[in-house]
Design a protein around this ligand. Sequence first.
Ligand code: CTP
Ligand code: MG
Length: 393
Amino acid sequence: MNKTCWGVILAAGQGKRLSTATGGREKQFLRYQGAPLWWRSVLALSASPRIHGLALVFPPDKKTEAEAEMRSLKKANPPGVPLVAVSGGVRRQDSVRLGLAALPRDCAFVLIHDSARPFVSTALVSRLALALDDTDGGVIPGVAVSDTIKEVNASGAVARTPERSSLRAVQTPQAFPLELLRAAHARAEAEGWEVTDDASLMERCGHTVRVIEGDMENIKITHPQDLALLSEAKPALPCCGYGYDVHAYGGDRPLILGGVTIGGPFLVRAHSDGDVLLHALMDALLGCFGAGDIGRLFPDSDARFEGISSVILLDRVLSLAAEAGVRLVHADLTVIAQKPRLAPHAETIRRNVARLLDLPLDRVSFKATTEEHLGFTGELRGLKAVALVTALR
Ligand code: CTP
Ligand code: MG
C-alpha cells in the first residue's frame, strides 16, 4: 500500500466506568511511563512505517492543555509524523467523525484507535495497514473468546447461545478506506444510528469487514481492575539474610526453640526467654534490610525485655520487615546442640515457626545437628542456631 494512511487516536471520552477509581480523571490522561496514557498509542502507531500522520481527538474543554503537552512530548521524543489535535464530541462516533474531518486531502486510508488501548503493538498496526490492500470494506483485529457467550433478554433469560468458535472479541485499531468510512458516518448521522465501533457502522452500510488476528495484550482499560495493568511497580529483588546466635547452659530459663518449649535439664542463660532459634531467625530477617540486630533493637539492659517471649520480639521484627517492603519467602534453620536430642521435636518446631512466619510448611526447613562432642556445644556448655532466610524486596 503506497497510499497515505493516517491514524485517528480517540482520547475524548469521559471514562465514566473508571471515574470513582481515578478521582474523576479521564483514563486517557492517567500518567503512564512518564506521559499521559494517550501518548503510548502515538508512539505505537507512529512507529509503523505505514502510518503517515496522526489526528488526536481530545475533549473540547481539555484540548488546549492536551495540545500543549503534545508539543512538549513531541519535542522530547519526536514521533516522526505530523500530529494534529482536534476537539471530540459527545459520543465515540461523534469523536470519530470529527477526527476524520481533520485528515488531509491526500489521505486514502485510516486506522481508528481507542487511546484506552495503550498496549497496542506497532506490529499489529502494520499488519492491519498491510491487510487493507486485500479488502474493500476494512480490517479489524479480533481474538477468539474463551467464555461461552449468551444472548439474554431484558429479564435475564437466555435467548440464544451463539456458537463460540465463530465469535471474536474485536479491538482497535480498525482500518478502513477513508472515503467509505466518512460516508458511513455521514449516513449514521442522517439516520440516527448508534454504534459502539466503526466496523459495525461499515457492516450496516453493507461493506464487508475482515477480521485478522488481534493481540491478547491489546486490552482496553475500562474497569477499575484494569488499572493494575498501568501500575509500574518495580519488580521485587531477592535478598538473603543470615543470623547466628549462641546461648549458654547453666541459667534459669527452660529450653525453648522456635517458640516450642522443650524443657528438660538444660536450662538456658538469657535476658529474654533465650529462644536461640528465634534469635538467629530475627537477625537473619533484619539482615535482609540492613536493620542491625536484635541486640540493638531489644537491648538486654532494657527491663522491658526481661524474660520476654521471643515470639513477641519476632512479631515486632516481622512488622519492621513488612514496613521495609520485605516479603519473606523461605527460612532454613539449624540448631547445633550436643544435647538434648532434638529429632523428636523437629517437626513440631518446624510447624510452629511456619505458623509464626505465616509461611506454608514447605517454605520452612528445620534441622538439628551436633558438633561431634567438639567445641562448646560438644562440651554441653551451650547451644547455637543459624538461620538463612530468603525474601523479596
Ligand atoms: N471516546 C472518545 N469520545 C467520546 C467517547 C469515547 O474519543 N465521546 C474514546 C475514549 O477516550 C476511549 C475510546 O473512545 O479511548 C473507547 O471508549 P471507552 O472505552 O468507552 O471510553 P470512555 O467513553 O472514556 O469510558 P466510559 O464509557 O467508561 O465513560
Ligand atoms: Mg464509552
